[in-house]
Ligand binder design. Structure first.
Ligand code: GLC
Length: 430
């Protein structure tokens, strides 16, 4: 099997579990038009404070969120403890800009961690390096105040070192007050370049932050957005599907694609580009067929609920995973000698030595598997364990068909596509 670049964190469970839930929740759920709304609309703090004053997710029940994730087949979750707006979901001692000071008045992070752990999901924290509310965070070229006429004067009163102290202090809180944390998802660095003032490793003091993180939770899986060349555990392609296993300098790495149901990470009421259940199931399969993980995002509403569109997609994913999860968990890219047939993806479980053929377009009665001849002991449809006959070539066929199917295993399929989102054929390899 492919050897991936060795990294400090424990990714053994991660590359087995494959599928996680991303949760983007904050004040931006109230304007309900993207989590970058403050930046895009250049909303000043005194105007944006209306959302702080009205944040009251009275229907919040993290048990329902955890159930939806578990029943969708997700094995870990990553929640925004603080997004770029600077609002904190836990009772941080380092700021007043936190959920306990809103009308809701209670910590939402701790009950969420408890609820997801109760459903045996591992815990991940997304923590924004960026903070568009903190008074010491120096205004740069993506900040909501980037075009403020007094930007230079404002910055003269700001000390990024004080913000760094705050940033490191909050990461320390998150890694010492919530028990074992399996993933830390820092977001994101945008180093300065000619004509652009951004922030990178020096602005976060990333080296020192990294050493603190490793000292507090050495096993933790750390993503790749601290602007450090080393120390990360996963590469994080976002909002697109990699064409192959993600590599760095030619070396395969552990990778996780993060994707949204629609075009927004935060709750977006009017955003219409919601992916279908077919697209989402195919995305999960395609990701695992290339040795990756999928972190699929939900943006809860300002009332504290997953909206019906999200619940619909999660239910559809769960219905497929109920009968097909063993073609995902513990699976990875197929060994190179096995080629996926047209309109199919392969996943492979090296422990059970079973191959899974995910059929995205149901063919007429035959499925030809190049490279599989003589290598499969038994084949069945995964959804109902009904046998799929394997057709050896009759001598006269071999004569007629010459070399066309020489190294090919041909499967005899039912004419009708099984009534599942993506049918899967389980091959028991010899
Ligand atoms: C991008 C977006 C940010 C989101 C993140 C998730 O960085 O700007 O809003 O949280 O992607 O990966």
């Amino acid at each position: 099997m492919l050897k991936t670049l060795q990294t400090p964190g424990d990714t053994s469970w991660f590359t087995h579990d494959r599928f996680g839930m991303f949760i983007h929740w904050g004040l931006y759920a109230l304007p309900a038009r993207h989590e970058w709304v403050k930046q895009r609309e250049e909303i000043p703090d005194d105007v944006y404070d209306r959302y702080f004053k009205h944040f009251d997710p009275d229907l919040y029940d993290p048990g329902l969120w955890a159930a939806a994730a578990a029943e969708a087949g997700m094995k870990y979750f990553v929640v925004t403890t603080k997004h770029h707006e600077g609002f904190c979901l836990w009772d941080s001692k380092l700021t007043d800009y936190k959920v306990t000071n809103t009308p809701y008045g209670k910590d939402v992070l701790r009950p969420m961690v408890d609820a997801f752990r109760a459903r045996n999901l591992r815990v991940g924290f997304y923590h924004s390096l960026i903070d568009w509310h903190h008074p010491e965070f120096v205004i740069d070229d993506i900040h909501p105040l980037r075009n403020h006429p007094e930007r230079a004067t404002l910055n003269a009163q700001r000390d990024q070192r004080k913000y760094v102290e705050y940033l490191h202090g909050q990461v320390r809180e998150l890694l010492t007050e919530f028990g074992r944390v399996d993933i830390l998802w820092c977001d994101f660095s945008y180093p300065s370049r000619p004509g652009f003032i951004g922030k990178g490793r020096d602005d976060w003091q990333s080296e020192a932050l990294y050493h603190m993180i490793r000292a507090l939770q050495p096993h933790i899986i750390l993503n790749d957005r601290l602007d450090l060349d080393e120390g990360w555990d996963i590469k994080t392609p976002e909002q697109f599907q990699p064409r192959t296993w993600v590599t760095l300098d030619g070396q395969p790495v552990v990778w996780e694609a993060c994707q949204t149901f629609s075009g927004s990470w935060g709750y977006h009421r009017d955003e219409a580009s919601w992916k279908s259940i077919d697209q989402l199931v195919q995305m999960l399969i395609d990701t695992v067929s290339k040795g990756g993980n999928l972190l699929l995002n939900v943006g809860p509403t300002g009332r504290g609920e997953f909206d019906e569109r999200a619940l619909d997609r999660l239910a559809g994913l769960g219905a497929w995973m109920k009968r097909h999860s063993r073609s995902i968990y513990g699976c990875t890219q197929a060994p190179p000698q096995f080629k996926a047939p047209q309109d199919c993806r392969l996943t492979y479980n090296p422990t059970t030595n079973r191959m899974y053929v995910h059929v995205f377009a149901w063919p007429y009665i035959h499925l030809h598997l190049d490279g599989f001849a003589g290598k499969v002991e038994y084949a069945q449809l995964l959804n109902d364990a009904s046998e799929i006959p394997m057709i050896g070539l009759e001598p006269w066929q071999a004569a007629h068909w010459a070399d066309q199917f020489k190294d090919t295993l041909t499967l005899n399929l039912p004419v009708q596509k099984p009534n599942v989102t993506v049918p899967v054929i389980e091959l028991f390899m010899k």
